[in-house]
Write a protein that binds this ligand. Sequence first.
Ligand SMILES: [Zn+2]
Ligand SMILES: [Zn+2]
Length: 99
Amino acid sequence: MSEGKAVEQSVVTDVKCPLCKKGFMAATQGRYGLYYTCNADATPKCRFNLSAKPTGKICSYKRGATPDATCGALMVEGTKTIPERCSDKACPNRNPHKL
Ligand SMILES: [Zn+2]
Ligand SMILES: [Zn+2]
């Protein structure tokens, strides 16, 4: 049972990287807790990362002048009071309790 090599700590989600569309978002242990980075095996390395776990949903907050111009950024897990929030810091849906 306890034999074998050390288990990879990184946990890969089934949420695809919206930037390169090749990798998947994988949990990484950072200094301030878990964050999520793209695991695409590419050079240069994809820089996309999230500070919270992606839920797999896409933000549909209306941005821009046209009616179908939505944010399109990944939604991530929020807090107890905010179950889900937009991963884009520039999106008003980043802080839905203030909307
Ligand atoms: Zn990527
Ligand atoms: Zn958004």
